[in-house]
Write a protein that binds this ligand. Structure first.
Ligand SMILES: [Zn+2]
Ligand SMILES: [Zn+2]
Length: 355
């Protein structure tokens, strides 16, 4: 089967026989099908759909529900044509890779690790592999999840014994729900309003997350005061955010950030976090190579983050590999690169770095 992979006017698309499929396009294209791997904003079109234009969406139902909840006008996914498969990629709830058996696998964002209600991917074999490369550089090796959760539990325990609350920060879609699940046994469990909303979407989709209480409920209950320990699941906020400044001055709260970028030695300090734990929803550099080995492709295309680096590394290992310039990179606002860690007060900018 002849497969052509190309980026046309910023849209990644594959041509398979007489059909074209655009992959996570940031804008509408004329392809026959539009595949949406998951509901993070860097994989979704920000535009409203054009009237009377059917994009024939290939995606999981969960992705459509979450995307629409986040304000994207994503049409109902069509029934998957029998020549295509969607593969659970274990990145967030509903995340899928696009597979034409034996021929093509596009990973979207991908994780090999089982994490609470998420199952790590079992990569399929395919002659052509398009693989994400967010954490492809050799400095990104993540410790085991068990170790990270254990260390965090010990930290919470230590802080509780001193009456100190903790703000556990992660990306509000995906990471925050895992944090809610990992640390559900701690009381009181407070969830930031934005996390509370997304947690209820997950519950609607069948993931029985603990409800906890919102920050305003906790405040009404008189829990936000010095000497009263709690944990709060929150989006990433910079040290200069008013909320963090208030929590530090009023109740001595400590902040803990959860992201793969925490592998970088200076990340914690630059972000102004008290603690940083390298829990990621992506593969680390070794796992990316493992994906490629499992898939056993004749040709690899790398996309997002360190795409050039991964392609070069794969060529030294004997693979035919080529980087694809990411759509985000062209626009210069990619969430899969961390050229400069933001000090910004702009929450959406901060969020965009940690998806
Ligand atoms: Zn993602
Ligand atoms: Zn992404």
């Amino acid at each position: 089967m002849r497969i052509q992979v190309a980026i046309n006017e910023g849209v990644l698309a594959v041509q398979v026989g007489d059909k074209s499929i655009s992959l996570d396009p940031k804008r509408d294209s004329n392809s026959d099908f539009t595949f949406v791997s998951h509901a993070h904003t860097d994989h979704l079109s920000l535009r409203k759909k054009k009237r009377n234009v059917s994009r024939k969406i290939l995606a999981s139902q969960a992705t459509a529900v979450i995307a629409n909840f986040r304000g994207h006008d994503l049409e109902t996914p069509i029934d998957i044509p029998e020549e295509y498969n969607l593969v659970d990629t274990g990145h967030i709830l509903g995340s899928r890779g696009f597979l034409i058996p034996d021929e093509l696998f596009y990973t979207g964002d991908i994780s090999m690790r089982d994490r609470a209600f998420l199952k790590g991917v079992k990569p399929p074999r395919a002659k052509n592999l398009i693989v994400e490369s967010t954490f492809a550089r050799p400095e990104y090796v993540f410790p085991s999840l068990e170790k990270c959760v254990h260390e965090t539990n010990e930290l919470i325990s230590k802080m509780y014994s001193r009456g100190i609350p903790l703000i556990l920060m992660g990306y509000p879609l995906g990471k925050a729900q895992l944090l809610t699940e990992f640390f559900r046994h701690w009381d009181p469990l407070i969830v930031h309003e934005s996390v509370h909303e997304m947690n209820s979407v997950y519950r609607q989709l069948g993931i029985p997350l603990k409800e906890g209480m919102t920050f305003s409920q906790a405040k009404e209950n008189g829990m936000i005061q010095r000497g009263v320990p709690w944990i709060m699941i929150s989006p990433f906020m910079s040290r200069s955010a008013e909320f963090i400044k208030t929590m530090k001055s009023s109740c001595n709260a400590v902040t803990v950030g959860f992201t793969g970028w925490a592998t970088r030695a200076r990340f914690r300090q630059v972000m102004g976090l008290d603690y940083a734990i390298p829990v990621s929803d992506h593969c680390d550099c070794n796992e990316l190579l493992e994906i490629v080995r499992y898939c056993n492709p004749e040709k690899v295309y790398t996309i997002h983050g360190f795409a050039d680096y991964l392609a070069t590394r794969l060529r030294t290992l004997g693979y035919e590999a080529e980087p694809l310039m990411s759509q985000n990179k062209r626009k210069g606002n990619g969430s899969h690169q961390i050229r400069k860690i933001p000090h910004s007060k702009n929450q959406s900018l901060i969020d965009s770095y940690f998806s």
